[in-house]
Write a protein that binds this ligand. Sequence first.
Ligand code: IVH
Length: 677
Amino acid sequence: MTQARIQELRDQLNFHIHRYYVLNSPVLSDAEYDVLFRELQALEEADPSTVTPDSPTQRVSGEVSDAFEKVAHTSPILSLANAFNGEDMRDWEGRNRRHLKDDPAAEGDWDYVVEPKIDGLTVVLTYENGRFVLGATRGNGEIGENITPNLLTLLSLPKRIPVDPKSGHQVPPRLVVRGEAFFPLSKFKSWNQGLEDAGEKTYMNPRNAASGSLRQLDSKITASRPLTMFCYDIVDWDDDAGVVPEMQWDRLQWLKELGFPVAPETTYQKDIEAVAERFVEWEDLRNRIDYEVDGIVVKLNNKPLADTLGFTGKDPRGAIAGKFPAIEKTTKLLDINVSVGRTGVLAPAAVLEPVELGGVVVRNATLHNFDEIARKDIRIGDQVWVKRAGEVIPYVVGPIVDLRDGTEQPIEIPTHCPSCNEPVVRIEGEVAVYCDNPSCPEQLVRRVEYFVGRSAMDIDGFGAQTAELLTNLGMIKDIADIYFLDREALLELEGFKDKKVDNLLNGVKNSLQQPATRFLTALGIRFVGEVVAGILLDEFRSIDALAAADQEAIEAVHGIGSGTAESLVRWFADERNQALITKFHTAGLQFSIGEKPETVEGDLPLDGLVFVITGTLPSMSRPDAKKLIEANGGKVTGSVSKKTNYLLAGEKAGSKLTKAESLGVTVLSEESLMAML
Ligand code: IVH
């Protein structure tokens, strides 16, 4: 049983090693590989008689391509033991301290350097008499590939390092520096897209892109790519002058002074507790940097002490890798689920064989849209890469085409809405496929949810669950029905006691006072979010005026594009939406912007002026006059005082007019007010 599992793990690991190092096309993430590797390691440790020399645990992984001249590394590139949390790190220090318990040099505090564990391509750079003479890949750790001409194209790589700027000494006649070359994340996506547009093979991830770029036979190709690197170690040197510092932190500073790039996120930590805290900080930091990391490397600052510690197997004791949970894994795409969003857009989502990703079990992932599915040629039954970065919802990166067995099914763009079965609509120049039916049931649930939600009408006591329930029960057939809910009918629902129903209905009633901008946003018209709604109402002043405007008039508004204008015209032209608007009018929602909200002073004609209104105005009601004044920056108060600037007076003005005259306040007619505006 165990023996069979050991053999299975070895076969699997060998397969993945070959794909990773030779084919440059891994089907497992490093973290997944680690899981298999550790299982094998544990089984072999439990019964050392099972260990064979050809086991993947016994070799330094990696193979060397014949395309390049081979280079023997003067000091082999080893691997690192892993730690997954602060506890593991404390244990690691504990073990090391016990190992050196009789060594006086090991007394006192141990300090550390925490570096990013960059997920790129290891490079070994040799300098002779200050001149860069040889650059090699990691290869199998003992023998690498000579890629000097390609490395010479890296702008960040120093070609000469003549003297130590501090001491003025010559640098050691021989100096071997190690670092990691990588493809900046910010450049990867658009560059890969460029390859695709040109019909060339694209890269799976930045690591493969870095590796592929550095292992080009024509260095002009390497030169055309935005590769860069960070250095993190000095591995070999002749140093009679003693200029190479002893401590890791000082070494990194020295490397920087010589012109080597060192990751700016590298920190000095005074003890292992500080290291553990820094590890936690990295969980967030990793999402904000321009290169991929799969963890951190914690190094004992005291290099001589690290050397005394020596090795366990292939791992140096003086350093450990702090590994982050994997955020990218492969799993099987079982099916796709098409849902209808509130704007009618059909959104394909992947149904996956459950996979643990960064601490949570992932069953679904977004597939963005049907264009992207076609572009990436994702098929049902494919093994796919799934990635979860930061807080973002997991997404399907792409299929592993090589693992297909012919049973995979292409994904077809739906011709009909999965919820209401009406034919779908495609708009030219847009990738989205959408359902145009305003009474589509699933769309309606999403619309109601959105209408009552925080960013729209913000109705207290009306959550997503209530929205779903009332819609599914048919008590809400369109979003305006929210304002015509029947108290008695609600009371009959399970769990809807007096208090809950009152809260709900009060919330709905109060929302009648929400400003028109929120109301317009809440309608959920495609491309019309909060900001666009604000711009539109600033111009048109009311939703009715906006509804009456044509495409040209809407497009003429600064900040509004033709897509938005088209979407609005289309929405208001639909009879079903017109009926909705009528219903909202009946319910008493705010259709126009009364007060101009939070405008910058000095922008408006009546800014800072105080008005009082009295009498009957010829063409408008007093509340309308108040709104007009306020919309133009003025303030309206109830009684005349020394602070009043103007009295707006109509027919039958009484005591207020007398008071204004006695205080010398200017009296305005409606006509002169309009003239002021
Ligand atoms: S130090 C004994 N520092 O990780 C090995 N390695 O698992 C000491 N790596 O092969 C390595 N960033 O390719 C070290 N700041 C860093 C690193 C780093 C990435 C890679 C390197 C090495 C592997 C070790």
